[in-house]
Design a protein around this ligand. Structure first.
Ligand code: C2E
Ligand code: CA
Ligand code: CA
Ligand code: CA
Length: 282
């Protein structure tokens, strides 16, 4: 930018100011959204890869705003860049627990619910109380709750994050490492933090069903993640399973759980995966 002269700095400044304004506007819209109850959770089944019974439901945040149903891609980055995400996150945990408790009253099944966390929620130890209170209030055992975090949440302030995760883990909550294999993956995280479940990022699953060298290479990676996880006493979820080919490969590789459009889309209620075939058909 330097070579373009002083004028470009002014433009850059304007753009920065505009972006800051936009961020402020979205942040205040998010606050209104919380007050006006515009957030919803949609639930996607995570199934046992062999039996296809739903083990848990991942709660995915939605914002019903101006007649549109917004997915997190539209707002989560701004939300996560301010402390509003702490409130949204607490709302999500409470809401998910409340809805799960209601679902348990309606069925004999006892699936869990899995809630996504962001980095800021792991910076203050009072988060442990938020979780404990949500479970207690809804009379749910800690095993009913899975929490999903990505490795970006572990980069800074890792002492607090470690303390929080250790507390949650010893309470009996299941800790999942989300989007594993991309971004800031550090294998040592698997030992340093009390991780129970590794969610293999959907980008590795995407090519599994296709007949290509990328398929072969990604299969090596998924196989390796599976083997390593098993050796460490962890189990895996294959994310983003869309085709029956991918399902077959994920089964062959031995992933304990699977999730994706093939089994069920995110829906505004707990809807079990449509079992597409019986085990006898395999
Ligand atoms: P994620 O945790 O990796 O969630 C999986 C995303 O993949 C979801 O997108 C889901 O709708 C989508 N998905 C599910 N099955 C398939 C499939 O078979 N193929 C493909 N291509 N995609 C599939 P969504 O709902 O738009 O959420 C995006 C991200 O937003 C999530 O990624 C998560 O990082 C974040 N997020 C969602 N809810 C929350 C929340 O309550 N709190 C926080 N902090 N983040 C959230
Ligand atoms: Ca997730
Ligand atoms: Ca993921
Ligand atoms: Ca296995």
């Amino acid at each position: 930018a330097k070579s373009k002269g002083a004028g470009s700095y002014a433009i850059f400044d304007d753009q920065l100011r505009e972006r800051a304004m936009q961020k402020l506007q979205v942040t205040s819209a998010l606050r209104d959204a919380l007050n006006n109850r515009e957030f919803e959770l949609h639930y996607q089944p995570i199934v046992d890869a062999t039996t296809e019974r739903t083990a848990t439901y991942e709660a995915l945040l939605r914002w019903r705003h101006k007649g549109m149903l917004r997915t997190p891609g539209y707002f989560i980055e701004v939300a996560e860049s301010s402390d509003i995400i702490i409130e949204i996150g607490a709302w999500a945990i409470n809401s998910a627990c409340e809805q799960l408790a209601r679902f348990w009253q309606e069925t004999a099944d006892r699936p869990a619910v899995s809630v996504n966390l962001s980095a800021r929620q792991l910076r203050d130890e009072s988060f442990v109380d938020v979780v404990a209170a949500a479970l207690a209030k809804n009379e749910l055992p800690p095993s009913a709750l899975w929490l999903e975090l990505t490795e970006t949440a572990l980069i800074d302030d890792h002492d607090v994050a470690l303390t929080i995760l250790n507390s949650l883990s010893s309470m009996g909550v299941t800790i999942c490492l989300d989007d594993f294999g991309i971004g800031y993956s550090a294998l040592s995280n698997l030992n340093k933090y009390p991780i129970d479940i590794v969610k293999i990022d959907k980008s590795f699953i995407a090519t599994l069903g296709s007949d290509s060298t990328q398929n072969a290479k990604d299969r090596v990676l998924v196989n390796s993640i599976e083997a390593m996880s098993n050796a460490l006493g962890l189990v895996t979820v294959a994310e983003g399973v869309e085709s029956t080919d991918q399902r077959q490969q994920v089964r062959n590789i031995g992933c304990r759980y699977a999730q994706g459009w093939l089994y069920g889309l995110p829906q505004p209620r707990f809807a079990p995966a449509a079992t597409t075939e019986s085990i006898d058909d395999l």
